[in-house]
Write a protein that binds this ligand. Structure first.
Ligand code: ADP
Length: 360
């Protein structure tokens, strides 16, 4: 990739003025760059290709498209024209590459050209997730805001006191729903922003008992008993207690929300290897198997109409999944339509989490 030494050259030094060591350092440095770098001389002959660009050499399938596009850009850059383009590769895996080529000029003369290949897959994915999220949020807020406006208008023109009272009650319910959506969105964005939550060793029974004590009486008032098995005090998880409380509350709240009077909800904790698993089991409406994959997505609801009645936001399980992942755990579900659902939130036991943190 460097020209052979010519008579008269200083040994170990070429026309770049770099000795062999300096050249080796430069090569290593460019190999450490995550972007692909390809350099050609004034005649378009390849002089250098770093490690990241190697995968495109003699490539087949979609990577060959990238090599071809790079060659075109380099050819134009060799004639003094810089250029850039975005190249989607349909994979698998799907990728988006940003390609750029620049002429290398000294004293007004084009000495060659350099091409840069940047993997923009993650950046594009994040942009698209954000776009979808904003669109979803706007859509989700539009409905209750529209309802509030309509109710207020109707109240303004209603004479009957009884009608006004009923509409006002609906107005309150809609505004509470709006409040819950905003609260859940704030919770979710806080959890997402906090990539690595600060974890304190917390006995899991403290969190579970507190949630059962808080939600149990409300559930019972709806005719749904919540039965919680005693949890051994020595089961400690390293967690952000506020986040975990939010996850447990969402799971228990759902179990009650999607049950009918007389259907018991059961809460217990199991240990599986170095993990503690919180199990929330209900005998309610269950979830159709086609929806199981999607219920952890933001705003996904199996039955929008029912969710409206129960006051759901469609964000609860997205929060649970984020909390689980942020704590190195996971949440899973088994469900049969018409028979009930069992959610399992698995988290590493505190000793194990500390071991992992020390090892890393
Ligand atoms: P929501 O606020 O609507 O309850 P979630 O994100 O908590 O939102 O749940 C998403 C959807 O998953 C719910 O709308 C519901 O259709 C379904 N779901 C969640 N938990 C249960 C459960 N225990 N039983 C039946 N369906 C459930």
């Amino acid at each position: 990739m460097r020209r052979a030494p010519a008579p008269g050259d200083t040994p170990g030094v070429d026309e770049t003025g770099l000795d062999d060591d300096a050249f080796a350092r430069l090569t290593r440095a460019l190999d450490a760059v995550p972007d692909g770098v390809v350099i050609v001389d004034h005649a378009g002959r390849e002089e250098f290709r770093n490690a990241a660009a190697e995968r495109f050499r003699d490539a087949r399938h979609s990577e060959a498209l990238a090599e071809h596009a790079v060659a075109q850009l380099l050819e134009r850059a060799g004639r003094g024209q810089p250029g850039e383009r975005e190249l989607p590769l349909f994979g698998p895996p799907r990728e988006v590459l940003e390609l750029r080529a620049l002429p290398l000029v000294a004293d007004g003369q084009v000495l060659g050209a350099v091409a840069l290949i940047h993997d923009a897959t993650d950046a594009r994915r994040v942009e698209s997730v954000r776009r979808d999220f904003v669109a979803n949020v706007s859509h989700e807020l539009k409905t209750p805001i529209g309802a509030l406006g309509l109710l207020a208008e109707t109240i303004a023109s209603a004479d009957d006191v009884e009608v006004v009272r009923r509409l006002a009650e609906r107005l309150v319910r809609e505004s509470e729903r709006l409040g819950r959506i905003v609260d859940d969105l704030l919770d979710l964005s806080l959890i997402e922003a906090q990539a690595a939550p600060i974890r304190e060793p917390t006995p899991i029974h403290v969190l579970v008992d507190e949630t059962v004590e808080r939600l149990g009486p409300l559930a019972l008032a709806r005719g749904i008993p919540v039965r919680a098995d005693p949890i051994p005090e020595e089961l400690v998880v390293a967690c952000d207690a506020v986040q975990l409380d939010s996850a447990i509350t969402n799971l228990l709240d759902n179990a009650v929300k999607y049950s009918e009077p007389g259907q018991e909800v059961h809460v217990c904790v199991e240990t599986v290897g170095d993990r503690v698993v919180l199990v929330v089991e209900d005998h309610g409406i269950g979830i159709p198997s086609r929806d199981l994959e999607r219920i952890f997505e933001r705003f996904y609801r199996v039955d929008k109409a029912r969710s409206r009645v129960t006051g759901g936001t469609g964000l609860g399980l997205a929060i649970v999944r984020h909390v689980a992942e942020a704590h190195g755990g996971e949440v899973t579900v088994e469900s049969t339509e018409g028979e009930g659902s069992t959610f399992r939130l698995a988290l590493p036991l505190a000793d194990h989490a500390a071991g992992v943190a020390e090892a890393s």
